[in-house]
Design a protein around this ligand. Structure first.
Ligand code: UGA
Length: 438
């Protein structure tokens, strides 16, 4: 058992803190945002993440997890400090490190004996060295500490599961002492024989970007193949299955759609290209994925144009799904945003519904009509678009939807509706890369 302070209680920090307390560690999750910490202290969870409330409640009750805005005393009590503050996209596409740097300064000011300083935030390659230098400069030579890079691989919507049952743990540190401490932090996983990859700091920092960018490339690749299938008549799902059964390729992340979004892939691909450029290395493949993704949403609006014969002025389009993927309330870089903006520009009316994302989307697009239920959103609509793969939409009764709508046009940007059922219920529809299943 280790005493741990997590700095930054966003989705990564909160899931990490709660997960580590579940492993038996004594964890204080801290943040400068009083509102967030007050909510957590009163048992409220500031984000929508399946299973997180149960995990937090269980560990708060067991006395292993607490929350505080008072960071210095928490630091002084802890042997392990986890940095999980945000690193937003800064100017020129690089990551903005100001929050990480000010946390490093605070750690330096409160160093009182050996500590492992561990970064969970996705930070540019070389940040471990910067953190070390800041802490050394402030704390002087008398204090001992080690810097570790321990990247997270948590998907929003399944972050709790990804934390408790990970594919691998990456621990980057040149110090044997720190590696030993981190193995104790993750002891239950170590006992379960979860692969633990020990590396130097630079390699661990690189693994994070390399993994996210690879997945982004894979998605863009299948999206472009889906566009090709649309043109040739092949079915991209059969193509993906035929490819994915080859263990060298794998079936994961071969689902075509309106393009990747969220707070990670867009930011991390851009940061990787930016970092490489500084080293005079051109990341042509990642760059291509960024370009391909930036226009993938237009494939979806092109389908709407085709079905409405190029004009939907004055027509009502129901948008089902606003979040960048299912099981989250996150709308950052969601492909639903440019799609809605396009419809509004063409003078169409938008009626939107999402099980969890409406409050966040209202901040970005306040002027559209948000509906309290799926039924209300589709009532009287001329067309319907599925933008997120929520179970609620997969399970829709298409006969009922046909009765509720005025028109019969559907664009399924996630390929979740059964083409046979759509046809049976009189819909004219488009999906992504499956022209021969109509
Ligand atoms: C991603 C990574 O999967 C995590 O391993 C990583 O830790 C995280 O970023 C991060 O850096 O914090 P996340 O962005 O939550 O997680 O979501 P993903 O499930 O990876 O999906 C990203 C985007 O790709 C979504 O827009 C999703 O709809 C899209 N996607 C995913 C596809 O279009 N097709 C697929 O087959 C898979």
């Amino acid at each position: 058992m280790k005493r741990i302070t997590v700095i930054g209680t966003g989705y990564v920090g909160l899931v990490t803190g709660a997960g580590l307390s579940d492993f038996g560690n004594q964890v204080i999750c801290t943040d400068i945002n009083e509102d967030k910490i007050n909510k957590l202290l009163s048992g409220e969870i500031p984000i929508y993440e399946p299973g997180l409330k149960e995990l937090i409640d269980r560990n708060v009750s067991a006395g292993r997890l607490t929350f505080s805005t008072d960071i210095p005393p928490a630091l002084k009590k802890s042997e392990v400090v986890i940095i999980a503050v945000w690193t937003p996209m800064g100017k020129n596409g690089g990551a903005d490190l100001s929050a990480v740097k000010s946390v490093a300064k605070m750690i330096g000011e409160n160093l009182n004996g050996y500590k492992v300083i561990c970064t969970k935030s996705t930070v540019p390659i070389g940040t471990g060295k910067i953190i070390r230098e800041i802490i050394e400069k402030i704390s002087g030579d008398s204090q001992e500490f080690d810097v570790v890079s321990n990247p997270e691989f948590l998907r929003e919507g399944s972050a709790v599961k990804d934390f408790l049952i990970p594919n691998r743990i990456v621990i980057g540190s040149e110090s044997e002492r720190a590696q030993k401490v981190m193995k104790q932090v993750y002891r239950p996983l170590f006992i379960n024989e979860t692969p633990i990859v020990t590396t130097d700091v630079l390699s661990a920092e690189t693994i994070k970007y390399a993994s996210n960018a690879f997945l982004a490339v894979k998605i863009s690749y299948i999206n472009e193949l889906a566009n090709l299938c649309d043109a040739t008549g092949a079915d991209v799902h059969l193509v993906a299955r035929g490819m994915g059964l080859d263990g060298r390729i794998s079936s994961k992340f071969l689902h075509p759609g309106p393009g990747f979004g969220g707070s990670c892939f867009p930011k991390d691909t851009s940061a990787l290209v930016h970092m490489a450029k500084k080293e005079n290395v051109e990341m042509k493949i990642v760059n291509a994925a960024i370009t391909s993704n930036s226009i993938q949403w237009m494939q979806i609006t092109n389908k709407l144009d085709t079905l409405f014969k190029d004009s939907f002025e004055g027509k009502t389009i129901s948008i089902l799904g606003l979040t960048f993927k299912a099981n989250t309330d996150d709308v950052r870089q969601s492909p639903a945003t440019p799609v809605i903006e396009y419809i509004l520009k063409q003078k169409g009316n938008v009626r939107a519904y999402d099980p969890e994302g409406m409050a966040n989307m209202k901040k970005l697009l306040p002027g559209i009509n948000y509906c309290e239920s799926l039924q209300k959103a589709v009532e009287g609509a001329d067309g319907l678009m599925i933008m997120t793969e929520w179970h609620e939409f997969r399970a829709m009764d298409l006969k009922k939807i046909a009765d509720l709508m005025s028109g019969n046009i559907i664009v399924d940007a996630r390929n979740i509706l059964d083409p046979k059922e759509l046809k049976k219920n009189g819909f004219i529809f488009e999906n992504v890369g499956r022209p021969n299943v109509k």
